[in-house]
Ligand binder design. Structure first.
Ligand code: PHE
Length: 346
């Protein structure tokens, strides 16, 4: 009891001289830690009478709570003091911008592909879609097999693939890889989009690049129809181009959709009359899409008897070029600041 009585006074005296969080923690464990005087008292309590046990026990408890309380209060004080101190010593000068620009440095800007990608993400988010990401380096399973493209399938030749030396890994040739992971990680109904870079071993020219951008979309549920697909595409295009856009579907072949389509839009430049942009046909091919093949649903862990869905792969570079009137895709990867800074600066 004597030990306990003087304990609190001693603690308070020591507490007054503490100025650092680390010292405070040491002090706390010195008094109420496993090797501390309180623990000692508790160890020896077995030799006391039942009466003494009760008073000692409750006194010890009370003391422990008081000390914890005092430590807590001191901790807040010390933390506030440390923050104030660091605000004084680590001042950040936000007023630099103008003087940096005066020295001839350029303000940062957004790449046009980023601008379009963010706009489209926002449109899909407003229609209840999630936005997913996926790795650039993939394996055969995610890029081909799970998408109903087995090793011997001729469709593997449709996509000129950059393989790694181990012959097992590759740079993803399309964002459809995001479908596979997206399906595995959720239960229907769901809808998501997945934007990103894709890579193909192609000869470059004004309309072909080895690195370009797609935005994958997928919706799975009960009774998803081609009508749903057309609705979402028309809403998307009307938002992007800020006017009603006419669309048409042509049959298209992709092993991971059945039926598969190419979705065309009526040329926005000539309104369907025929011009150089639409190569005089009045329609511009915009995105491949279709209803998800049952084998793909299966490899995503989804029962094709119960659920179905649609998927599409929007080419972002083509959209950027149409919107800004860019005639050569290679500008997009030139890294030329004179090009990049024309779109949007902060
Ligand atoms: N992944 C296909 C491609 O890159 C596009 C696509 C996506 C087609 C979804 C249909 C459905 O060519």
């Amino acid at each position: 009891m004597q030990v306990l009585e003087s304990l609190l006074d001693n603690f308070k005296t020591e507490l007054n001289s503490i100025h650092k969080v680390a010292d405070l923690l040491n002090l706390k464990s010195k008094y109420i830690g496993k090797q501390g005087p309180l623990a000692d008292v508790m160890k020896n309590i077995k030799d006391a009478t039942p009466e003494e046990k009760r008073t000692l026990g409750s006194k010890a408890n009370e003391l422990k709570n008081t000390i914890e309380d005092l430590v807590g209060k001191k901790m807040v004080e010390l933390e506030v003091a440390e923050i104030n101190q660091s605000l004084l010593t680590n001042k950040v000068d936000f007023s630099l911008t103008d003087s940096v620009l005066d020295k001839g440095l350029q303000a940062a800007g957004l790449h046009p592909v980023t601008i379009i990608q963010q706009e489209i993400e926002d449109i899909f988010i407003s229609m209840g879609f999630e936005v997913l990401d996926g790795p650039h380096i993939e394996d055969e399973f995610h890029n081909f097999e799970a998408l109903n493209i087995p090793a011997t399938h001729p469709a593997r030749d449709m996509q000129d693939t950059f393989w790694f030396a181990d012959k097992k890994h590759l740079l993803r040739t399309h964002t459809s890889t995001i479908q596979v992971r997206g399906m595995k990680e959720r239960k229907p109904p769901f809808r998501f989009v997945g934007p990103g870079k894709v890579f193909r071993c192609e000869r470059t020219d004004a309309s072909h690049e080895m690195v370009f951008h797609q935005l994958e979309g997928m919706m799975v549920g009960e009774n998803v129809s081609v009508g749903n697909l057309i609705y979402f595409m028309k809403t998307l295009l009307a938002e992007i181009f800020k006017r009603e856009v006419e669309v048409r579907l042509r049959p298209g072949f992709f092993p991971f959709v059945e039926p598969g389509f190419e979705l065309d839009i009526k040329c926005l430049i000539c309104n369907g009359k025929g011009c150089s942009v639409c190569k005089h046909v009045g329609w511009v091919e915009l995105l491949p899409c279709g209803l998800v093949h049952p084998n793909v649903l299966k490899s995503g862990g989804i029962d094709p008897e119960k659920y179905n869905g649609f998927a599409f792969g929007l080419g972002l570079d083509r959209l950027v070029m149409m919107r800004y009137g860019i005639d050569d895709i290679r500008h997009l990867h030139s890294g030329d600041l004179r090009f990049n800074s024309q779109f949007k600066t902060f």
